[in-house]
Design a protein around this ligand. Structure first.
Ligand SMILES: Nc1ncnc2c1ncn2[C@@H]1O[C@H](COP(=O)(O)OP(=O)(O)OP(=O)(O)O)[C@@H](O)[C@H]1O
Ligand SMILES: [Mg+2]
Length: 236
């Protein structure tokens, strides 16, 4: 059964249509990686799903239509979005940022929930009182992800979590995402330039080109696909 099913999704900015009618499905508990050149519409796809931009078409999540819902209601339905560029509040502490993610919960719930997610990110636990703006890039990304996890989503949308991070930090982050999926069966839609690392933990991948899905296959098949290897995985 698909957790998320999208048909004919169109979205853009003002008169500019970016997504040209995207169809995609993600099975419950699966990780799907979205590949595509700069400007292909990857960020726009995540925004359209999370309802942060206007969209047309049908989006069914857990058996219910969500394409008419406000961004806030999409979150309440169980979808959390970690936007490109992270969006943590630099002047707030790590703990305050994490607590912002818990706005839908009561305090006891939030505390239990925070402890649960911090087991995946021990570095953040050591830095709860530190200002978010003074964290390293990798720590800020962990914080953004933790804040999203505090919403207890069933589907996590991640937009280029490795942006600006050193390869070794990226690998650590991707490994944590894999561990979270293994332990919680959380479904993930990940936009990632570092396609080698992302496909290694994914079930499926798809390629977006000028707002259209041009390829969808298992991660293993994509890694073995000559064209994908040349364009997205950096093999000659
Ligand atoms: N707020 C905006 N207003 C107008 N046009 C926008 C806006 N955001 C994105 N676009 C345009 O929409 C197109 C798709 O952008 P999008 O950010 O979805 O691409 P992307 O695949 O995420 O690229 P990147 O890999 O660089 O992040 C681009 O041509 C971009 O210039
Ligand atoms: Mg983008």
């Amino acid at each position: 059964m698909s957790l998320l099913s999208i048909n004919g999704l169109q979205a853009g900015y003002g008169p500019r249509r970016v997504l040209q009618g995207v169809d995609l499905t993600i099975g419950d508990g699966q990780i799907l990686v979205v590949l595509g050149a700069n400007g292909a519409g990857k960020t726009t796809l995540l925004r359209a799903i999370s309802g942060t931009i206007p969209r047309a078409g049908t989006i069914t999540f857990d058996g219910k239509r969500i394409d008419q819902l406000s961004a806030r209601k999409v979150v309440a339905a169980g979808i959390a979005h970690v936007p490109q560029g992270r969006g943590t509040f630099a002047d707030l502490t790590v703990d305050e940022n994490i607590r912002l993610g818990a706005y839908l919960r009561n305090a006891a719930d939030a505390k239990r929930n925070r402890e649960r997610w911090l087991t995946f990110f021990p570095r953040l636990r050591e830095r709860l009182a530190q200002q978010a703006g003074s964290l390293s890039g990798g720590e800020q990304q962990m914080l953004a992800i933790t804040r999203a996890l505090m919403l207890q989503p069933r589907l996590l949308l991640l937009d280029e979590p490795s942006l600006g991070l050193a390869p070794i930090i990226t690998r650590g982050l991707v490994d944590v995402l894999a561990a979270i999926r293994k332990e919680t069966a959380m479904t993930m839609l990940i936009v990632e330039q570092n396609a080698n690392l992302a496909l290694a933990i994914a079930d499926d991948g798809m390629v977006l080109e000028s707002g259209n899905v041009v390829l969808r296959d298992t991660a293993a098949n994509l890694v073995g696909n000559d064209e994908v290897r040349r364009i997205y995985l950096g093999y000659e």
